[in-house]
Design a binder for this molecule. Structure first.
Ligand code: NAP
Length: 548
């Protein structure tokens, strides 16, 4: 079904939503139930956000499908049948489209519409959003559901426009797919996207060269078809499982919490535990081996070394194995990848690994890649699996400002500032979903989306019931939250990694730890206490005061 026509679309809303992915769609559903007039604006030509854009070979979620799905409707979660342990991109996109149809969400999504500006007028107490095509939309509240890994980034390589072959970015993959058969392909980047696509492109291409700057830890996903034995018991107690997941740091249930510290356990027993978790597949299980893997370096070393040894025993060429074995960050402090045959792929005759840490890419040429040393790699196609301007990229692409002089890009110049990751001081009535300062990216994302959107909806409802129409965090509450986010991160090993969590992948981006790593459980409790306690740290008001 097509989206509503732009020309006849309502332009005076209660809530304007930026983004038509998992967050934007749930926001439509939840806010509509309050009787509000809402509409979501989506840059893509289809709904689905991340799962609409990231169509690279092998794209798949690394959280199990029975977990990585909406929980807000019992019938929906009972009826939907996931064919595999982990959802593929096409399957997840199919699910999102099913949800949109089932809950009649499409009529409030405007596709092919990129929001370029959002301006708040205090006197009118109104946001005005401007689209790329010049359309203006007015709304009392604005929900930024624009994603946190949604601004693809191609490094600024000299000569990129000279390259005569085709190049692609993982997050902007052509919908018609890409045929690599018979081609010499280069993949730049070995994060989650690279690790998923490399084994598949290697099977298609005549030759594959992987350009690795930083080796990443990857664990076997152990994907498999969904079995009745796995699905049945899970669905029989779905709501209890969802509730239990909310009591965990990653918002993922089903994994017993660790009880012992790593170094209390004899080395032989530890090795058995790591082996069992390696065989089981998945990252949470591995990181849950012991209580202190993410806070004690010596403890972490044991888990990191176990995986390095697995890489050494899998990859036949010793030099390649050593290059693939990560040594510059503790396991789990960068997003832990899950793969199917990633390390095995380097045993193929047609695959080569180039270490661009020791010999960086100098430029692209008409025929391929030239390294600093002068060495050249001839290529017919290049894939950039080089990541995203994470967490702040999507919002910084929008000119967000207020009539009294606040400019979001300026406010965030030294790093993003938010209260609870949900609101920004100086920008009333603007909510952010899974943005900086939220635990979103460190959790089962859909659980965070639902929690954030529920909190936002309850807050808007609270305002309405109290004849109020404005909410904004105090600068002090915002500062205290940012300090708390940093203090929590500093009590862990996370800051030891140069990751997108600290903006390290974007040259010139301020080095600030952006996600809240205190856990979904603690975060949700805090949000609930704040709403139940009369919103400390927020100023709630009725805007008529400004007009007087
Ligand atoms: P990423 O984790 O940021 O990885 C980007 C890769 O490109 C890194 O290896 C990086 O090296 C490399 N790179 C960047 N600029 C480079 C340059 N100038 N020269 C050479 N190498 C360069 O991006 P991603 O793999 O797209 O993943 C981003 C996030 O999306 C993940 O962490 C995850 O949260 C999510 N994701 C999830 C899944 C899943 O669920 N399975 C799949 C894909 C993505 P450095 O490390 O040295 O910077």
């Amino acid at each position: 079904m097509p989206d509503a026509s732009h020309s006849s679309a309502p332009r005076d809303l209660d809530v304007a939503i930026v983004g038509g992915g998992l967050a934007g769609l749930y926001a439509i559903h939840r806010l509509r139930k309050l009787g509000l007039k809402v509409r979501a604006y989506e840059a893509g030509s289809g709904i689905g956000g991340t799962w609409f854009w990231n169509r690279y070979p092998g794209a798949r979620c690394d959280v199990e499908s029975l977990e990585y799905s909406y929980s807000f409707d019992e019938a929906l979660q009972q009826e939907w049948k996931w064919p595999e342990r982990y959802g593929t991109q096409p399957e997840i996109l199919r699910y999102i489209n099913h949800v949109a149809d089932r809950f009649d969400l499409r009529r409030d999504v405007q596709l092919d519409t990129r929001i370029k500006a959002a301006h708040f007028d205090r006197k009118a107490n109104q946001w005005t959003l401007r689209t790329e095509a010049g359309e203006e939309i007015r709304a009392r509240y604005c929900v930024m559901a624009a994603g946190n890994l949604s601004t693809p980034r191609v490094p600024d390589f000299k000569g990129i426009h000279d390259f005569k072959g085709k190049w692609y970015h993982s997050g902007l993959w052509p919908h018609e797919g890409v045929e690599f058969t018979g081609l010499r392909v280069g993949v730049i980047g070995t994060g989650s996207s690279g690790v998923q696509m490399i084994p598949i492109i290697a099977q298609q291409a005549k030759h594959l060269t992987v350009f690795q700057r930083t080796a990443n830890f990857s664990l076997p996903a152990r994907n498999m078809p969904m079995t009745p034995e796995r699905e049945g018991p899970h669905k029989a107690e779905y709501s209890a499982r969802r509730a239990a997941a909310q009591e965990t740091p990653f918002a993922i249930g089903g994994y017993p919490r660790p009880t012992r510290k790593t170094l209390e356990v004899p080395a032989e027993e530890r090795a058995k535990t790591y082996e069992a978790k390696w065989q089981e597949g998945g990252s949470i299980s591995y990181l849950y081996s012991y209580t202190d893997l993410l806070v004690d370096k010596e403890a972490n070393d044991t888990a990191s070394e176990f995986v390095r040894n697995k890489i050494r025993s899998t990859v036949k060429d010793r030099k390649t194995a050593e290059l693939l074995a990560p040594k510059d960050h503790p396991i789990g402090t960068k997003r832990l990848c899950l793969d199917t045959n990633y390390y095995e792929t380097y045993n193929r005759e047609n695959v080569a690994l180039v270490d661009v840490r020791s010999d960086p890419i100098k430029e692209l040429t008409a025929t391929g890649v030239r390294l600093q040393s002068g060495a050249e790699v001839e290529l017919d196609a290049i894939v950039f699996a080089t990541g995203f301007d994470a967490m702040t990229g999507a919002l910084n692409e929008i000119d967000v400002r207020t009539g009294d002089g606040a400019v979001l890009r300026r406010h965030w110049e030294g790093g993003p500032l938010t209260y609870l990751g949900l609101m920004v001081s100086g920008f009333p009535n603007m909510f952010v979903v899974t943005g900086p300062g939220s635990p979103g990216v460190k959790t089962q994302m859909i659980a965070s989306i639902e929690q954030h959107v529920d909190w936002i909806a309850d807050t808007i409802d609270h305002l309405g019931k109290h004849q109020l129409d404005r909410i904004e965090p105090t600068p002090k509450a915002e500062m205290d939250w940012v300090h708390h986010v940093n203090a929590v991160a500093d009590s862990t090993l996370y800051p030891l990694a140069n990751s997108w969590y600290v903006g390290a992948n974007i040259p010139g981006k301020p080095r600030v730890f952006m996600p809240y790593v205190g856990g979904f459980d603690r975060y949700k409790k805090r949000c609930d206490e704040i709403s139940a306690g009369g919103y400390p740290g927020f100023t709630l008001s009725r805007h008529k005061a400004d007009v007087a």
